[in-house]
Design a protein around this ligand. Sequence first.
Ligand SMILES: C[S@@+](CC[C@H](N)C(=O)[O-])C[C@H]1O[C@@H](n2cnc3c(N)ncnc32)[C@H](O)[C@@H]1O
Length: 512
Amino acid sequence: MSPPFNSRLTNSSSSSLVERQKQKLPELTITCLFMEELQTSLRAHGLTVSSLPDKGRSLFATKDFYPGEIIISQEPFVCVPNNSLTESRCDGCFSKSNLKKCSACQVVWYCGSTCQKLEWKLHRLECQALAKLNKERRKSVTPTIRMMVKLYLRRKLQNENVIPVTAIDNYNLVEALVSHMSDIDEKQLVLYAQMANLVKLILERPDIDIKEIAENFSKFACNAHSICDSELRPLGTGLYPVVSIINHSCLPNAVLVFEGRLAVVRAVQHIPKNSEVSISYVETAASTITRQNTLKEQYLFTCSCTRCIKVYDDIQESAILEGYRCRDNRCSGFLLRESDDKGFVCQQCGLIRNKEEIRKIASDIKALSDKALKSTSSGNLQEAIILYKSIEKLQKEVCHPFSISLMPIREKLLEILMQLEEWKEALAVCRLTIPVYERVYPGFHPLLGLQYYSCGKLEWLLGETDDAIKSFTKAIDVLRITHGTNTLFMKELLMKLEEARSEASFKLSFRE
Ligand SMILES: C[S@@+](CC[C@H](N)C(=O)[O-])C[C@H]1O[C@@H](n2cnc3c(N)ncnc32)[C@H](O)[C@@H]1O
């Protein structure tokens, strides 16, 4: 495995960038120099940036990459935890424990002095700005507003050489990000302008143009990444300007995961030399129309990857993923809309399903979902379980057995059953999700690996050691590729497999 792409470059290259900045070269020359330095540092890791007519900048491999190999890793230029009124996280490590609020600004939280010290150079400036705001204004400082404030303060610190500038850690890379400003609708532009006004007010910098800040908000929308823990739970948001060069594919050859705040892109397939590196920006287990709508809405492009242009296969696949099941429970056919639009015809046995019947079940599901949501938020988990089970039963009556629409309710049910320590029932629900995930996700997908892991943990808890060994092994086969083997998370998983194996051999020797 090749060494990770280091976010800190050698002193010589970073000082040359600073020197050039000091010499006050014209803007365009500096941009070209930064691009050159970026290419040099990428080349050392078997990568290059090229421009494609239909996609813009794209990351290409200049050597072969193999499954599990790190293609690139990068620290964020800026990042913030997703703090809200109900949940806060440390600004340094995103942890939820031992939090103390910064006494001066009363906005930012830290888990201890280590994180506070690490963040101090930047937070000192942010703290001064936030402390001047009145209580009401402080409430309007959302994570996105904070990320923009931090972006400008970090630029200032790099300009003043307080923090180092490197080939992959500089504001020029932020400037190069796509913004799609000309494609954004009027309403969104007004919103960005209002947010930009607030940022300008916080920064007290009359020299910064509102239009530039608004454009940066638009850049956040199509370039920032949601930072997740190893189990893909979102913790915060970050801007990783080199990782952001990677384009989307619905059949990606790489995956982006996070180790703390570090973004790590790993190959999930063999990526031959001279091919483009791609990740997926959206849930790949959705129908083409759903994926395309999401990509158009958030990233403002129409995907033309091989999966998106396969029209025939896609009609069938979309009907399975998000469509209805046959009225005959023994039939596994998928349904398509009748030409007179009165119902749906099973493509296997020809049975027709009435539109009204489906509409009635859908409205019952909606009513039950509203109730379940209320029960969950009021903490009445026993009642929530009964409601979610009824929803799942109704969904099974309308959805194809391999429909991805069945998954959110099953995941919710699983979460609540785990909270209530109803392990047996949780395992039964977890096992129901596996065949659907196995079908929709390619071999090395983190969600599939994580689901095997959950299954294994439940089986082990319930003393089903042999099954646990099988599930942990399957989880490791997937997650060693997507997550590597060096993180604490993976070490714990590997240890669980070892413990399960020892337990199994102990049981065997005891029986013998
Ligand atoms: C995170 S950026 C990726 C890098 C970008 N190509 C650039 O030039 O900076 C996301 C934007 O890249 C473009 N893009 C990404 N994937 C694409 C694809 N598969 N087809 C067309 N455009 C794509 C879209 O404009 C999208 O909003």
